[in-house]
Design a protein around this ligand. Structure first.
Ligand code: ATP
Ligand code: MG
Length: 293
């Protein structure tokens, strides 16, 4: 069946990104809570239909590590995109209370498995791996969202300003600055994965804007400086895992198959991890912080 706006009751706003707003909604016919993302575009109807057709691939993106897609529709020049509601939000909101190694390994394992699924089964790369695009629920499940299925949609978005918080790999930043798209491959997502894991453990973006004079200096550090590392307290396996993701040379970076074979993820396999407990603690910590301000 097809979803449309008249079937939805709008609820609270879940967040805002560069291109639009995400709201919690109730789909009345099925009584399912969903997250609805509104993306504002400026283009003609023929393009809108091309986008809808491309988004249809999302119906095939069914895996435990991928946020479920329910459907998309247009009103005027906005795309509305309905997906599974994840009741603990994105990873960036859960990092304040600390991330034990077993939790980090479980998150990494879900992300690698999800990314490998997108590549092997749908022949797509994610293109936007970062903590806000990794969603979690109170059951402790970890799922990816906002991957680049629609080239048309990508082209219709207002051009992103790179910088501030760039999760782009060095080769992608270089390519972009030379206006030379297509210089990056699936291994660029591996860089973003490594950076996201480090952000989780540090509780902040690893190239904090306040330490650089300007965006140029920050991007220069990403392209030419040494890659960031995990803070102290994590095992050598964990350190090595992120180091394999953050090799400056894209050809030297680990593949998904190699990452799955890495001892850091090997240790995760079959290990009991109380993800739901961690999510509950992280949400409580966040609540405490918002109460204080
Ligand atoms: P960008 O615009 O660069 O992609 P972003 O990922 O933060 O940044 P959005 O994708 O618009 O922007 O999402 C805004 C926020 O809404 C996210 O940070 C996340 O916390 C929340 N969110 C998105 N999708 C869901 C969902 N399915 N369930 C619950 N919360 C969500
Ligand atoms: Mg997003």
């Amino acid at each position: 069946f097809k979803i449309n706006m008249s079937q939805l009751d709008l609820d609270e706003e879940l967040g805002r990104g560069n291109y639009g707003t995400v709201k919690k909604v109730l789909h009345k016919p099925t009584n399912v809570a969903m997250a609805m993302k509104e993306i504002r575009l400026e283009l003609d109807d023929s393009k809108l239909n091309a986008i809808l057709m491309e988004l249809d691939i999302l119906h095939r993106a069914v895996a435990p590590e991928i946020v479920e897609f329910y459907g998309a529709f247009f009103i005027e020049s906005c795309v509305y995109y309905c997906m599974e509601y994840m009741d603990a939000g994105s990873l960036d909101k859960l990092q304040g209370a600390g991330v034990p190694e077993d939790v980090l390994a479980r998150i990494a394992s879900r992300m690698v498995t999800g990314l490998k699924f997108l590549k092997d089964d749908l022949q797509i790369m994610h293109r936007d791996v970062k903590p806000t695009n990794v969603l979690v629920n109170k059951k402790g499940e970890v799922k990816l969202c906002d991957f680049g299925v629609s080239g048309q949609l990508e082209k219709s978005l207002a051009k992103t300003n790179i910088g501030c918080q760039s999760y782009m790999a060095p080769e992608r930043i270089k390519g972009e600055s030379q206006n030379n798209l297509g210089t990056y491959t699936v291994s660029s997502d591996v860089w973003s994965l490594g950076l996201s894991l480090i952000e989780m453990t540090m509780g902040k973006y690893p190239y904090p804007p306040e330490t650089y004079q300007n965006v140029f200096a920050q991007l220069t550090a990403i392209v030419h400086g040494p890659p960031p590392e995990l803070p102290e307290g994590y095992s050598e396996d964990a350190q090595d895992f992120v180091a394999q993701c953050l090799m400056k040379d894209p050809n030297a970076r680990a593949t998904y198959a190699e990452l799955l074979e890495h001892p850091f993820l090997g240790a995760d396999r079959g290990r009991e991890v109380d993800m739901a407990g961690w999510v509950a603690r992280a949400l409580a910590h966040r609540q405490e912080k918002t109460n204080q301000t």
